[in-house]
Design a protein around this ligand. Structure first.
Ligand code: FDA
Length: 416
């Protein structure tokens, strides 16, 4: 039986941060992962360059049924704290756009710095290790064997009421005073994602809010499919809106439907059956623009005029498929109004999303109303902590999800 102060389950972004910080405080930390490598999602993130934080991180960049929950941890470990760590390891980076910080080289730079910090602090990393069973030890139900760890748990928590946790793992039995669930969400199962964290939460009496894929492309099955297929690879600057939220960024047509940053962002707010509104001309008033074209260039065909706003191919396709292209003077006022509405408020009802297979995050998860926002400790089972994506906190696209992993992992590490 291995006795330790802290077992962190999941060697992803949040687990690594929690482990290195807790070990830095002198805790004996075991970090377990069932995968053969730590931080696989860090490696694949940001298109291989890891968008590791965002200069403009604010609580408003996060979705949760309990929007105040993330504030405390984000305020206590900020983007500037993580940037200081990146600078300490001399990892080169740049701002790509909108405050998004990416590695100049590869994502491995971020993983390596976390692993180096873990090693320096003495974290014991066990890969290819699965957890088979978890039991809570109550102080009263202890044999002599458990006394030590419980004494340590009392020291840590100070109230004499804490128990500990006994784990059966494929690396043997373990006992710890604090158990940290950092097993992430359901996105990208091929990278090791499982619902294990939710299972542990339920085992200890927690409510798990329904989960769904977020930051994910839309699939399209109706007649729009042809348009998407023909325009595959075309990217357009748009304002995309749904359920009172709007994002101004590019949309990307793909052979399956719609993707690109604006679509990924809005997908986190979209619910099945709803329409997404796309303004294809966010910098102009489409009705005014069409009226001016009719006055200035009455003989110009609609597709020619649209070709000055969109790519020639896109202009021709939408002019012919949506409106029947002809010289602009031949449209009635009502027809021009319809064209303007279509261009500025195109209503798209996605068939669905690509799901967890390609989603960057999982929305929903462990209900934060049953977790301390200060310590990340369970309010149901002392000594149990939840950090990172397993919680019902999901960030916008742009480095916010890693910042949440760093901040929540760091918060828990102060108390484990
Ligand atoms: P994470 O998923 O990182 O780690 C969980 C760990 O637990 C994994 O190592 C897994 O193997 C392990 N695990 C799971 N089940 C287990 C079990 N039963 N037993 C043992 N171990 C288990 N965010 C961002 O801010 N910037 C970006 O650039 C990107 N890019 C990006 C690209 C892609 C393709 C994806 C899928 C996601 C992103 N993200 C992102 C999101 C970001 O990767 C994500 O929010 C964080 O990795 C979440 O960190 P966690 O540590 O909570 O989970």
């Amino acid at each position: 039986m291995q006795d330790t102060d802290v077992v962190v389950m999941g060697a992803g972004a949040a687990g690594l941060m929690c482990a290195l910080t807790a070990a830095g405080r002198g805790r004996r930390v075991v970090l377990l992962d069932h995968a053969n490598k730590a931080g696989k999602k860090i490696l694949m993130s940001g298109g291989g360059n890891c968008n590791f934080t965002n200069l403009y991180t604010e609580p408003a960049n996060f979705l949760s049924q309990n929007p105040h929950f993330c504030k405390s941890a984000l305020a206590r470990y900020t983007q500037w704290d993580f940037i200081a760590l990146v600078n300490k390891h001399a990892v080169p980076y740049h701002e790509k756009k909108l405050g998004q910080l990416f590695c100049d080289n590869k994502s491995i730079d971020i993983l390596r710095l976390l692993l180096d910090e873990c090693e320096a602090a003495g974290v014991q990393l066990l890969l290819n290790t699965s957890i088979e069973q978890i039991e809570r030890e109550e102080t009263s139900a202890h044999g002599a064997e458990g006394a030590d760890v419980i004494e340590r748990a009392k020291d840590i928590e100070g109230d004499g009421s804490a128990g500990g946790y006994r784990l059966q793992t494929t690396a043997g039995p373990m006992r710890c005073a604090s158990l940290v669930v950092a097993t992430g969400g359901l996105s990208i199962p091929t990278m090791g994602a499982t619902g294990f964290g939710y299972q542990v939460a339920r085992q200890f009496g927690h409510n798990v809010l329904p989960t769904r894929a977020g930051l994910v492309p839309f699939t399209i099955t109706d007649q729009l499919k042809d348009l998407c297929t023909e325009l595959t690879g075309t990217s357009v600057d748009c304002l995309v809106s749904c359920n009172g939220k709007s994002f101004r960024e590019n949309i990307l047509f793909t052979h399956r439907g719609l993707s690109g940053p604006a679509i990924l962002q809005i997908s986190s707010y979209w619910l099945p059956g709803q329409a997404v509104e796309i303004n294809l001309m966010p910098d102009r008033d489409a009705a005014d623009w069409l009226a001016r074209q009719r006055d200035d260039r009455p003989n110009a065909e609609l597709k020619t005029l649209l070709g000055e706003v969109f790519t020639k191919k896109m202009a021709t396709l939408i002019a012919e498929q949506w409106f029947v292209s002809k010289p602009i003077k031949q449209y009635t006022h009502a027809e021009l109004d319809q064209i303007a509405t279509r261009l500025s408020a195109w209503q798209v009802v996605p068939a669905g999303t690509e799901g967890y297979r390609t989603a960057e995050v999982t929305l929903g998860g462990v209900d934060t109303r049953e977790v301390s926002s200060k310590t990340m400790e369970s309010l149901k089972s002392p000594g149990l902590y939840f950090v990172g994506e397993v919680l019902d906190v999901s960030g916008h696209l742009g480095g916010f999800n890693f910042q949440w992993a760093w901040a929540s992992g760091h918060a828990a590490a102060q108390y484990v």
